[in-house]
Design a protein around this ligand. Sequence first.
Ligand code: ACO
Length: 340
Amino acid sequence: MTPARAVLSGIGACVPSNTVTNADLSRHLDTSPEWITSRTGIEERHVVSGGESTVDLAVEAGTRALKSAGVAAVDAVVLATTSPERLCPAGAPEVAHRLGLGFVPAFDLTSACSGFVFGLGTSQGLIASGLARSVLLIGAEAFTTLVDPEDRGTAVIFGDGAGAVVLRAGTGAEPGAIGPVSLGTDGSRADLLHIPSGGSRQRAATGLGHELDKSSWYLQMAGRTLFQQAVARMTEASRSALDDAGWTVPMVDLFVGHQANLRILTAVAKRLEVPEERVFVNIDRVGNTLAASIPLALTAAAAQGELNTGDRVLLSAFGAGLSWGGTTLVWPDLAVESPL
Ligand code: ACO
């Protein structure tokens, strides 16, 4: 018997109400709105405030995805996040509890900006193995809390938000069926984007014989090298996903790539020869939201009418790890609410 495939049956996303513009950042950082816009494509981002957390955002996006799918129950919850509220326990069980989903299996997945695509692969596996007939997959981040507000190289890039999808068991021939998922990692380059302290290797930024080093609490990023890696790996992941699906570039109606930097998206699209009008962009409104980026972009694209039933969609992402991944799907008929 052919194993069941994960089929997209609901989607929803949200961002915190607090908006931070480039002009806001330029008031306390040595930068300018022009630099940020021209180097990244970002105009504004949404940032958690007043105690809002990753789980709060995940619950809101999950609520919207369940509503879009018209279901009140799922068999499993997967939360992709690299900004968990605490090291232990995982956030997914609390999300499942707050959504009233009962004692379902629920776990977190850490794959930075590739988290949602890794989550699609994982959910596909849960469904194909028969472990679950339906999965709520959420990408949620309050990553701005892990970024040094005084570091102009990183503080201008990230935003917070969440996006969620309901995946149900179905067949590969149905609209919404997730295509073959292509995934990869390169752990030899883990230090290109990392947060040194807070984990088990280095619990605190200070200790016996050590000076307080505030920066080790925060994200350290080698931006230029990551840029090159992102372009190469997202292009590679896109090509693999297309090949595995038996698609060619002209068949793609919309390319929804991880929104890390407008110049990265443009460079990937150029290498793939995807025309500009088929590249979805919302980084200008939300910044880089890591694992939330792709489901947030998909929700926005559908709500804005840039993604319509029957459209062939190519997804690809790149992030810390390093990690990367891509997949394809034909957009199903879904009820979608605007995330902004
Ligand atoms: N405002 C003004 N100047 C700045 C700023 C800023 N906000 N940030 C850096 N600069 C300066 C640098 O100090 C440097 O100055 P120098 O030439 O005097 O040394 C100059 O601008 C150029 O710096 P670069 O780092 O080469 O700038 P670049 O054009 O590469 O843009 C950026 C930097 C936006 C970070 C870019 O490299 C990038 O987007 N990289 C990818 C980052 C990324 O995608 N990270 C996420 C990975 S995914 C994940 O998993 C989280």
